[in-house]
Design a protein around this ligand. Structure first.
Ligand code: NAP
Ligand code: 3JN
Length: 344
């Protein structure tokens, strides 16, 4: 006898944003079992409508008392909104999946990439945190290798798309490109996002700063990659060094990763492990010059890995190139994937 599938009341907080928009699209595309969809944003957007499955859904203002009757809420309206509203949602019995930095390092909050540590979801106390986009794609690719050989050290340099800094950063990059091609000076306004009003040209450039500098000389984005990788892998002894760089690509983050293991590695086995890893696509065909590209990964759900090669000086180490859509696997898709585990 087949029972009727349970339907869920789902709220999207930050529904008008770049990430929220992708969450709504995925909920529709994946046919998420929804009874009622509540779309929440700031008071500025209240009353506007968004199409879902052919029907207009009216945006409501996100307030502490708007979560009654909601089963699952997906938050992507920034850390301050999550810190303010998620505790109210939890008290109303809602399972919150949070895309911000607000609860990621809270010991009581699981930080989850389903391909890596889905089992942690069961430990939630109302909130499950979605990691930073640059962390998600790296740990998804490295997990099968960690399970087999044990990671000792990671050195990662990122090449991050402007979409990670929001719609205004995309506009700025496109505007500056036109300005420079017209022979004029580029006018920087948004990037880098940091603690000072100092801005740099992103068109035809590479900016080695993503988010604010910390006292140790690393940026917040770099420290997120370091701490989140250790928490998700469940091993604080993994040494991680990150340099995060913004480049003039619209969408899709790329990463050059050096990874050293405790145990001897076998390259043929590494390739088999990567080829069979869930959510990972191996694109590594050097004779045909095939390797992952941000332009190919944009719009796709998987993490793409290529240029996999043994290090020349360290027998236990590999170099590789990891690419993924930062708004999808890096944010919206990882969150919807977590939400889907409650429907099974
Ligand atoms: P965005 O395009 O600027 O969207 C921001 C969203 O937050 C909008 O829906 C906005 O609503 C809403 N919002 C702003 N103030 C609000 C308030 N007071 N109450 C309720 N809603 C409010 O930003 P985004 O690129 O989608 O990113 C949003 C957040 O997602 C980021 O701040 C970050 O925390 C997280 N994020 C995570 C990753 C990741 O790596 N996992 C990547 C990107 C972003 P209005 O349109 O009404 O202003
Ligand atoms: O800049 C990027 O490419 C990724 C940006 C992520 C981001 C931006 C603003 C706030 C985050 C994040 O998810 O780490 C946050 C946040 O932590 O809330």
């Amino acid at each position: 006898m087949s029972g009727q599938q349970k339907l869920f009341n789902v709220a999207v907080v930050g529904a008008t944003g770049a990430v929220g928009e992708q969450i709504i699209r995925l909920l529709e595309e994946r046919n998420f079992p929804i009874d009622e969809l509540k779309l929440l944003a700031s008071g500025r957007s209240a009353g506007k409508t968004v199409k879902f499955k052919g029907k207009d859904v009216v945006i409501q203002e996100a307030t502490p008392d708007c979560f009654a009757g909601v089963h699952i809420a997906l938050f992507s309206a920034g850390g301050d909104i999550s810190r303010e509203l998620a505790p109210h949602a939890v008290r109303a019995g809602v399972v919150c999946i949070d895309n911000t930095n607000a609860f990621r390092m809270d010991p009581d909050t699981p930080l989850v990439v389903p391909e890596v540590n889905a089992e942690q979801i069961a430990n939630h106390k109302g909130i499950i945190a979605n990691p930073n986009c640059s962390t998600i794609q790296m740990v998804a690719a490295l997990k099968p290798l960690h399970d087999r050989y044990g990671i000792r050290k990671i050195i990662v340099s990122t090449y991050q798309a402007v979409s990670g800094a929001g719609a205004k950063a995309i506009d700025e990059m496109l505007r500056q490109t036109k300005e420079v091609l017209a022979g004029n000076d580029a006018k920087p306004d948004i990037l880098p996002v940091g603690s000072l009003p100092v801005k740099h040209q992103i068109a035809f450039n590479a900016i080695p700063q993503i988010d604010k500098f910390q006292d140790n000389g690393f940026t917040l984005e770099e420290m997120k990659m370091i701490r989140e990788t250790q928490k998700i892998m469940g091993d604080d002894s993994i040494e991680v060094t990150a340099t995060c760089v913004r480049i003039p690509v619209v969408n899709g983050h790329s990463e050059s990763v050096f990874v050293e293991f405790h145990n001897d590695i076998d390259l043929a086995e590494v390739n088999t492990l990567l080829a069979n890893a869930p959510g990972v696509t191996l694109v590594d065909d050097l004779p045909n010059q095939q390797y992952p590209l941000a332009s190919d990964a944009s719009g796709k759900l998987d993490v793409f890995v290529g240029r996999v090669r043994k290090d020349l000086y360290n027998d236990n180490a590999l170099n590789m190139w990891i690419v993924s859509d930062n708004l999808l696997k890096g944010a919206a898709w990882n969150a919807v994937q977590i939400a889907e585990t409650f429907t099974k």
